[in-house]
Unconditional design. Structure first.
Length: 63
Protein backbone atom coordinates (compact mmCIF):
# COMPACT_ATOMS: atom_id res chain seq x y z
CA UNK A 1 0.00 0.00 0.00
CA UNK A 2 1.29 3.40 -0.94
CA UNK A 3 1.61 6.08 1.74
CA UNK A 4 0.95 9.75 1.21
CA UNK A 5 4.67 10.55 1.17
CA UNK A 6 5.31 8.01 -1.59
CA UNK A 7 2.57 9.50 -3.74
CA UNK A 8 4.21 12.92 -3.63
CA UNK A 9 7.75 11.73 -4.41
CA UNK A 10 9.31 12.42 -7.78
CA UNK A 11 9.46 9.26 -9.97
CA UNK A 12 12.73 10.44 -11.55
CA UNK A 13 14.95 11.38 -8.60
CA UNK A 14 12.93 9.67 -5.79
CA UNK A 15 14.06 12.42 -3.39
CA UNK A 16 12.12 15.51 -4.36
CA UNK A 17 8.44 16.20 -3.99
CA UNK A 18 6.05 16.98 -6.83
CA UNK A 19 4.57 20.17 -5.48
CA UNK A 20 4.44 22.71 -8.28
CA UNK A 21 2.07 22.61 -11.20
CA UNK A 22 3.64 23.08 -14.63
CA UNK A 23 1.81 24.18 -17.76
CA UNK A 24 0.80 21.46 -20.17
CA UNK A 25 1.84 21.83 -23.81
CA UNK A 26 -0.72 23.17 -26.26
CA UNK A 27 -1.05 19.85 -28.11
CA UNK A 28 -1.88 18.05 -24.88
CA UNK A 29 -4.53 20.59 -23.93
CA UNK A 30 -6.06 20.31 -27.40
CA UNK A 31 -5.98 16.53 -27.92
CA UNK A 32 -6.37 15.21 -24.39
CA UNK A 33 -8.59 17.85 -22.78
CA UNK A 34 -10.96 15.14 -21.55
CA UNK A 35 -8.33 13.18 -19.57
CA UNK A 36 -7.49 14.09 -15.96
CA UNK A 37 -3.79 14.58 -16.74
CA UNK A 38 -1.84 17.14 -14.76
CA UNK A 39 1.79 18.12 -15.01
CA UNK A 40 3.88 18.70 -11.87
CA UNK A 41 7.44 19.86 -11.36
CA UNK A 42 9.84 18.37 -8.81
CA UNK A 43 11.22 20.72 -6.17
CA UNK A 44 14.68 19.10 -6.20
CA UNK A 45 15.56 18.07 -9.76
CA UNK A 46 13.13 20.49 -11.51
CA UNK A 47 12.00 17.78 -13.93
CA UNK A 48 8.38 17.52 -14.94
CA UNK A 49 6.13 14.50 -14.57
CA UNK A 50 2.61 13.80 -15.75
CA UNK A 51 0.06 12.75 -13.16
CA UNK A 52 -3.17 10.89 -13.90
CA UNK A 53 -6.14 11.48 -11.62
CA UNK A 54 -6.63 13.79 -8.70
CA UNK A 55 -3.91 14.93 -6.32
CA UNK A 56 -4.87 12.45 -3.60
CA UNK A 57 -4.95 9.36 -5.83
CA UNK A 58 -2.38 10.23 -8.43
CA UNK A 59 -0.01 7.98 -10.34
CA UNK A 60 3.09 9.79 -11.53
CA UNK A 61 4.55 8.90 -14.91
CA UNK A 62 7.94 9.92 -16.19
CA UNK A 63 7.81 12.24 -19.17
Amino acid sequence: METKNNKNKCPKCAVGILNRRAKRPFWMKTLFFWLPIKRYECGSCFRRSYVFGSYGTRNAVEA
